[in-house]
Design a protein around this ligand. Structure first.
Ligand code: FO1
Length: 336
């Protein structure tokens, strides 16, 4: 089954890993958020891409989720002694990725080409594609003023409230042929449990990308989303506080509302603790799957991936039945 997964950082990387575990080599394509990208010490850094890359290569730091396992910090230590700013920490092994990427980009390679080269070199059996080759930068208006994303996220520890979000450069960005072809050839589309505002939001802001997904859904390709907010709390990161300060409901239902309004999904996966939100999600026109969504180890990543693809197969069968019946809906079923 050819699966396309939209993902941000750590939560997205974990589900992508689960999908990679259960799919055949080459069947998974992950489209990653590049709105968090930045330039540090004259190097091109792509945090969400690299989190997905290291996770799918099996070399991610297991505790912090980003960066490389067994990392050392010699370069940062020395940079600190020289008086450079070191609040955005780049480990010694991680630096090799940024040096390689920066050199290739300065030599004229496209970000997509570099991403494919990095995955090949690290023996990743999946494709990891930047959402676009053009620069889109997430900026947030906060109680501390307008900030670049990593200033808000890392330097200020996500403390200021977010009042507005902008994806600078999005209007002028183009869909790459690789992302377009991956959507067109996908047999299932998965929206990972990443931050719906600043991880999935920038991906959907790439002109034409959402329209391709909507067209795929129109051809009967099921799109399944997983909530990263459980029991009203984000498993990781500021998604819950961000949704509240943006005037949205900080719950799985709030996430489902966002995705339903965009026309992104057929099925929404709720955690068992949010089972009581099922009726509200169904009222948005989405089918509901309730399962265990917390991914604590390799086994639980694969188990969630199995449930998600099971839901995809089920949604595909429902759509086929609807087509056979000439558009008559078989009537709100659910997979629990
Ligand atoms: N996150 C931090 O909390 N502190 C850091 O110093 C930091 C450095 C860093 C370097 C490379 C990289 O690929 C990721 C890094 N991250 C760091 C993670 C990153 O800022 C965020 O997790 C994402 O941008 C949000 O998805």
């Amino acid at each position: 089954m050819r699966v396309l997964c939209l993902a941000g950082g750590v939560g997205g990387a974990k589900l992508a890993d689960g999908l990679q575990q259960i799919l055949a080599p080459g069947e998974l394509t992950v489209v990653v958020n590049t709105g968090d990208d930045l330039e540090r010490h004259s190097l091109a850094i792509c945090p969400d891409h690299d989190t997905v890359l290291y996770t799918l290569a099996g070399i991610a730091d297991p505790t912090q989720g980003w960066g490389v396992a067994g990392e050392t910090w010699q370069v940062m230590g020395q940079l600190g002694r020289l008086g450079a700013q070191t609040w955005f920490r780049l480990g010694d092994r991680d630096l090799a990725t940024h040096l390689f990427r920066t050199e290739r980009l300065r030599g004229g390679a496209r970000p997509t080409e570099v991403a494919l080269e990095l995955a090949r070199s690290l023996d990743v059996p999946s494709r990891i594609l930047p959402m676009t080759d053009d620069a889109i930068r997430t900026r947030v208006r906060t109680t501390a003023g307008w900030l670049d994303f990593q200033d808000y996220f890392v330097r200020l520890h996500q403390e200021p409230d977010v009042l507005e979000v902008q994806f600078e450069g999005a209007e002028a960005a183009s869909l790459t042929p690789e992302v377009r072809d991956a959507i067109r050839s996908a047999e299932a589309i998965v929206v990972a449990p990443s931050n719906p505002v600043v991880s999935i939001g920038p991906i959907l802001a790439v002109p034409g990308l959402l329209a391709e997904i909507v067209a795929a859904r129109g051809r009967g390709v099921p799109a399944i989303g997983v909530s990263g907010i459980l029991g009203g709390k984000a498993l990781r990161g500021p998604a819950d506080r961000m949704m509240t300060s943006l005037g949205e409901e900080a719950s799985a239902l709030g996430v489902a509302r966002r995705y339903a309004a965009a026309g992104l999904l057929d099925v929404f996966v709720l955690d068992r603790q949010d089972e009581d939100l099922s009726a509200g999600v169904r009222a948005l026109g989405l089918e509901v799957v309730v399962t265990q969504t917390v991914m604590t180890d390799a086994g639980s990543r694969a188990a969630l991936a199995r449930d998600v693809l099971g839901a995809a197969a089920w949604a595909f069968a429902v759509a086929a039945e609807e087509r056979l019946e000439g558009g008559n809906a078989p009537g709100g079923g659910s997979l629990q």
